[in-house]
Design a protein around this ligand. Structure first.
Ligand SMILES: [Zn+2]
Length: 163
Protein backbone atom coordinates (compact mmCIF):
# COMPACT_ATOMS: atom_id res chain seq x y z
CA UNK A 1 0.00 0.00 0.00
CA UNK A 2 3.00 2.27 0.56
CA UNK A 3 3.63 2.85 -3.12
CA UNK A 4 0.14 4.01 -4.08
CA UNK A 5 0.33 7.40 -5.72
CA UNK A 6 -2.29 9.61 -4.00
CA UNK A 7 -2.64 11.75 -7.11
CA UNK A 8 -3.39 8.71 -9.21
CA UNK A 9 -5.88 7.46 -6.63
CA UNK A 10 -7.76 10.78 -6.69
CA UNK A 11 -7.72 10.77 -10.48
CA UNK A 12 -9.15 7.28 -10.74
CA UNK A 13 -11.81 8.08 -8.14
CA UNK A 14 -12.78 11.17 -10.09
CA UNK A 15 -12.90 9.13 -13.27
CA UNK A 16 -15.20 6.63 -11.60
CA UNK A 17 -17.51 9.30 -10.20
CA UNK A 18 -17.62 11.85 -12.99
CA UNK A 19 -20.27 10.00 -15.03
CA UNK A 20 -22.44 10.14 -11.89
CA UNK A 21 -21.98 13.88 -11.28
CA UNK A 22 -24.98 14.98 -13.34
CA UNK A 23 -27.07 12.75 -11.04
CA UNK A 24 -25.33 13.42 -7.74
CA UNK A 25 -25.80 17.19 -7.85
CA UNK A 26 -29.59 17.10 -8.38
CA UNK A 27 -29.90 14.29 -5.81
CA UNK A 28 -28.03 16.34 -3.19
CA UNK A 29 -30.09 19.44 -4.01
CA UNK A 30 -33.29 17.40 -3.77
CA UNK A 31 -32.25 16.01 -0.36
CA UNK A 32 -31.45 19.53 0.88
CA UNK A 33 -34.82 20.87 -0.29
CA UNK A 34 -36.69 17.94 1.28
CA UNK A 35 -34.93 18.39 4.64
CA UNK A 36 -35.23 22.20 4.75
CA UNK A 37 -37.18 23.46 7.79
CA UNK A 38 -40.16 25.79 7.50
CA UNK A 39 -38.80 29.36 7.62
CA UNK A 40 -40.00 31.61 10.43
CA UNK A 41 -41.74 28.92 12.49
CA UNK A 42 -38.92 27.36 14.49
CA UNK A 43 -37.53 28.45 17.86
CA UNK A 44 -35.34 31.56 17.92
CA UNK A 45 -32.72 29.91 20.12
CA UNK A 46 -31.74 26.38 21.06
CA UNK A 47 -32.22 27.12 24.76
CA UNK A 48 -34.43 24.50 26.33
CA UNK A 49 -37.75 25.41 27.88
CA UNK A 50 -37.86 24.72 31.62
CA UNK A 51 -41.11 22.84 30.98
CA UNK A 52 -40.21 19.53 29.41
CA UNK A 53 -43.72 18.14 28.88
CA UNK A 54 -47.17 19.45 28.07
CA UNK A 55 -49.32 19.48 31.16
CA UNK A 56 -52.48 20.93 32.67
CA UNK A 57 -54.48 23.16 30.34
CA UNK A 58 -51.87 23.17 27.56
CA UNK A 59 -51.97 19.39 27.26
CA UNK A 60 -55.75 19.27 27.32
CA UNK A 61 -55.95 21.97 24.64
CA UNK A 62 -53.50 20.18 22.30
CA UNK A 63 -55.36 16.88 22.71
CA UNK A 64 -58.90 18.26 22.63
CA UNK A 65 -58.52 20.34 19.44
CA UNK A 66 -57.42 17.12 17.70
CA UNK A 67 -60.41 15.33 19.25
CA UNK A 68 -57.93 12.99 21.02
CA UNK A 69 -56.98 11.44 17.71
CA UNK A 70 -53.44 11.26 16.29
CA UNK A 71 -52.51 14.19 14.02
CA UNK A 72 -49.79 12.24 12.21
CA UNK A 73 -49.98 11.54 8.49
CA UNK A 74 -51.11 8.14 7.31
CA UNK A 75 -48.49 8.02 4.55
CA UNK A 76 -45.65 10.61 4.36
CA UNK A 77 -47.71 13.80 4.06
CA UNK A 78 -51.09 12.30 3.12
CA UNK A 79 -54.12 11.22 5.08
CA UNK A 80 -54.56 11.19 8.84
CA UNK A 81 -53.55 8.46 11.25
CA UNK A 82 -56.69 6.77 12.68
CA UNK A 83 -55.10 5.91 16.07
CA UNK A 84 -56.05 7.45 19.40
CA UNK A 85 -53.67 10.21 20.48
CA UNK A 86 -51.60 9.29 23.49
CA UNK A 87 -49.05 12.07 23.73
CA UNK A 88 -48.93 15.82 23.34
CA UNK A 89 -45.73 16.14 21.33
CA UNK A 90 -43.52 19.07 20.30
CA UNK A 91 -43.63 19.79 16.54
CA UNK A 92 -40.24 21.53 16.84
CA UNK A 93 -38.37 19.31 19.33
CA UNK A 94 -37.95 20.44 22.91
CA UNK A 95 -34.32 19.27 22.85
CA UNK A 96 -33.58 21.80 20.09
CA UNK A 97 -35.27 24.77 21.75
CA UNK A 98 -38.91 24.13 20.78
CA UNK A 99 -41.02 25.56 23.63
CA UNK A 100 -43.76 23.61 25.41
CA UNK A 101 -46.59 25.82 24.12
CA UNK A 102 -49.89 24.95 22.45
CA UNK A 103 -48.81 26.47 19.10
CA UNK A 104 -45.85 24.05 19.08
CA UNK A 105 -47.91 21.06 20.16
CA UNK A 106 -49.51 18.19 18.30
CA UNK A 107 -51.41 15.14 19.46
CA UNK A 108 -49.70 11.90 18.43
CA UNK A 109 -50.19 8.17 18.88
CA UNK A 110 -47.34 6.21 20.47
CA UNK A 111 -46.06 4.99 17.09
CA UNK A 112 -45.96 8.42 15.45
CA UNK A 113 -44.34 9.90 18.55
CA UNK A 114 -41.61 7.26 18.49
CA UNK A 115 -40.94 7.70 14.78
CA UNK A 116 -40.77 11.48 14.98
CA UNK A 117 -38.29 11.37 17.92
CA UNK A 118 -36.37 14.65 17.95
CA UNK A 119 -36.46 15.37 14.24
CA UNK A 120 -36.78 19.01 13.22
CA UNK A 121 -39.78 18.96 10.90
CA UNK A 122 -39.15 19.90 7.26
CA UNK A 123 -41.35 22.55 5.60
CA UNK A 124 -43.64 20.02 3.93
CA UNK A 125 -44.33 18.27 7.27
CA UNK A 126 -45.55 21.56 8.78
CA UNK A 127 -47.62 22.50 5.70
CA UNK A 128 -49.24 19.06 5.55
CA UNK A 129 -50.06 19.17 9.28
CA UNK A 130 -51.69 22.59 8.93
CA UNK A 131 -53.63 21.42 5.89
CA UNK A 132 -54.95 18.36 7.77
CA UNK A 133 -55.87 20.52 10.73
CA UNK A 134 -58.22 22.65 8.63
CA UNK A 135 -60.45 19.59 8.31
CA UNK A 136 -60.82 18.83 12.03
CA UNK A 137 -59.79 21.77 14.21
CA UNK A 138 -62.66 23.49 16.01
CA UNK A 139 -63.92 26.79 14.59
CA UNK A 140 -61.60 29.64 15.49
CA UNK A 141 -58.66 27.47 16.60
CA UNK A 142 -55.43 28.43 14.84
CA UNK A 143 -53.90 25.65 12.75
CA UNK A 144 -50.57 27.48 12.58
CA UNK A 145 -47.45 25.82 13.96
CA UNK A 146 -45.31 28.37 15.79
CA UNK A 147 -42.44 27.33 18.06
CA UNK A 148 -42.12 30.56 19.99
CA UNK A 149 -43.55 31.51 23.35
CA UNK A 150 -45.97 34.43 23.30
CA UNK A 151 -46.87 36.69 26.22
CA UNK A 152 -50.22 34.86 26.37
CA UNK A 153 -48.43 31.49 26.72
CA UNK A 154 -46.26 32.95 29.46
CA UNK A 155 -49.23 34.43 31.30
CA UNK A 156 -51.08 31.09 31.07
CA UNK A 157 -48.20 29.42 32.89
CA UNK A 158 -48.22 31.99 35.66
CA UNK A 159 -51.93 31.27 36.09
CA UNK A 160 -51.12 27.61 36.58
CA UNK A 161 -51.19 26.42 33.01
CA UNK A 162 -54.77 27.44 32.22
CA UNK A 163 -55.28 29.49 29.10
ZN1 LIG B 1 -50.44 8.09 14.62
Amino acid sequence: MGDVDPGLLVNSLMAAFSPLLPWIIPAVLFALVIAFPMPGRGPRSSRRDRWRVFKYGARVEVMARADWRCEGALFFAWGRCPATAEQADHVFPWSKGGPTVVSNGQALCAGHNRRKANMTPPWWYVLALEKRRRTYFPQGASVRVQATMTDADHAARLRGGRR
